[in-house]
Design a protein around this ligand. Structure first.
Ligand SMILES: Cc1cc2nc3c(=O)[nH]c(=O)nc-3n(C[C@H](O)[C@H](O)[C@H](O)COP(=O)(O)O)c2cc1C
Length: 176
């Protein structure tokens, strides 16, 4: 089982989650973890299992993600394929499943891709990394959504047990 994990990230949290997923997969030796921005160097037909993770920024997944899915949908449909999204809305219990998270719902509708498994994980809030304008806007969004507004700290909302369970479910697809 050759696995390709592709991550689309800005501040590396999706990469961190991808790396964590890889640790719980079977056949660890045959996993490539690749940034979507350099995916052209890889041939996705070399893999039987493709896992794609992407984060949200200002309500959207990046354009390169949609381009990749559109270009490779036929191949993805022939393989075991999984998708997970990362965002801060998912820190809210009522929006932390693929069926209730607005970004995932919109993404699946738009791409018409039907991965074997879909997940959504709450991301991180790393005020220390943001430029001043982003820090200001994100702080405002946190204020109106009852999130943390102390910009001298960073916060991580990811439930790592959830991520581990996601990995285990990926392995089960392999067995069925
Ligand atoms: C500038 C900026 C805009 C963001 N916009 C959203 C958003 O619209 N909705 C949301 O749920 N999370 C939003 N987030 C939170 C990110 O999705 C979250 O920080 C995630 O962990 C980022 O993952 P990455 O480091 O892999 O890019 C935003 C974060 C930043 C810094």
């Amino acid at each position: 089982m050759k696995t390709l994990i592709i991550f689309s990230t800005v501040d590396n949290h999706t990469k961190k989650i991808s790396d964590y997923i890889s640790r719980f997969l079977d056949s660890k030796d045959d996993i490539d973890l690749v940034d979507l921005e350099v995916i052209n160097k890889y041939n996705i037909n070399d893999y039987n299992r493709i896992i794609i993770g992407a984060s949200i920024r200002y309500g959207k997944f990046r354009k390169s993600l949609y381009e990749f899915i559109s270009k490779n949908k036929i191949h993805l449909d022939k393989k075991i394929s999984c998708f997970f999204g990362v965002n801060l809305v998912a820190r809210k219990k009522e929006k932390n499943t693929p069926e209730t998270n607005p970004y995932i719902i919109k993404f699946l509708k738009k791409t018409k891709w039907q991965p074997n498994l879909v997940g959504v994980f709450a991301g991180s809030l790393e005020y220390s990394k943001y430029k001043i304008s982003d820090k200001f806007i994100i702080k405002f969004i946190m204020w109106i959504t009852n999130g943390p507004t102390d910009t001298s700290k960073n916060y991580e909302f990811t439930d790592w047990d959830d991520v581990k369970n996601f990995s285990k479910k990926i392995c089960e697809i392999n067995l069925s």
